[in-house]
Write a protein that binds this ligand. Structure first.
Ligand code: SF4
Length: 256
């Protein structure tokens, strides 16, 4: 497999899902997974995208160097665009997710190239790169943003596994809410990490937002935090109760 490189646009692409009815609201999309993340959320079920070298079952056989960075390119960018061109007019949208897409240096150019093919673009982000977000919005390169609210401020480090500049999270929230784009916030509710008392604190961060989805966490799969793999998720009633609390802060808070 070659480097993910096309016309000097360097993107580290960890995977491609060619078809989804779920990831872009009311649209048919393809999903591009970028590789690498600055967070190490314990509940993350994409450890191969967060730290491919540490994943025991890694299927990444090759290793290449881009700049100072070792990567395991999974998807050749030229092949990706051959695929996308073949789907122009058939798929509505491309979802860019990760990992954390905004840490990719050529994200803007990459998305511009996708937009030229006529696709809507949805960006999934952890909100730690407000400048990149602002630039993408200013250049009219994204149509929908989904940002994670990981925890109340006091728990951000515990939940993400890293020191987080919380001002950047708040700045991203402001940028998104002040944009005219469609957006959603989302939070993964992990028993033992987050509970219903945290909902109000998080609700204040995104007060009056349009949509906030509470996601139940998936266990029994390979997670970044191996200790969580046996954790029992919240039941439907508990999730609904937490969504009701969330509804006091935003226009719509639902379980997903
Ligand atoms: S921000 Fe997303 S991709 Fe990164 S570790 Fe957390 S859940 Fe995984």
């Amino acid at each position: 497999m070659g480097l993910s490189r096309s016309k000097s646009i360097i993107m580290i692409i960890g995977g491609l899902q060619k078809f989804s009815l779920l990831d872009y609201p009311d649209r048919v999309s393809a999903i591009v997974f970028t590789q690498g993340c600055n967070f190490h959320c314990q509940f993350c079920y994409n450890p191969m995208l967060v730290w491919p070298f540490q994943v025991s079952k890694s299927k990444y056989a090759q290793e290449e160097i881009i700049g100072q960075q070792k990567v395991h390119p999974m998807i050749n960018q030229d092949d990706l665009f051959v695929f996308l061109r073949s789907r122009a007019g058939k798929l509505d949208a491309v979802v860019i997710t990760g990992g954390e897409p905004c840490l990719q240096k050529n994200l803007l150019e990459f998305i511009a190239k996708i937009k030229k093919l006529g696709f809507l673009v949805k960006l999934d982000t952890n909100g730690s790169y407000p400048e990149a977000l602002a630039k993408l919005i200013k250049e009219k390169l994204i149509d929908y943003i989904a940002m994670d609210i990981k925890a109340p401020e006091k728990k951000y480090k515990e939940v993400t596994g890293v020191e987080v500049d919380f001002q950047k999270i708040k700045k991203s929230v402001r940028i998104i809410m002040q944009s005219e784009l469609a957006y959603e916030f989302r939070t993964t509710m992990v028993p033992g990490l987050l509970n219903k008392d945290d909902i109000g604190e998080m609700g204040k961060i995104i007060k009056d937002a349009n949509k906030w989805y509470l996601q139940n966490f998936k266990s029994n799969i390979e997670l970044v935090g191996r200790d969580l793999e046996q954790q029992v998720p919240y039941n439907a009633w508990q999730m609904k109760q937490m969504a009701q609390i969330g509804s006091q802060y935003v226009n719509k808070c639902e379980v997903r």
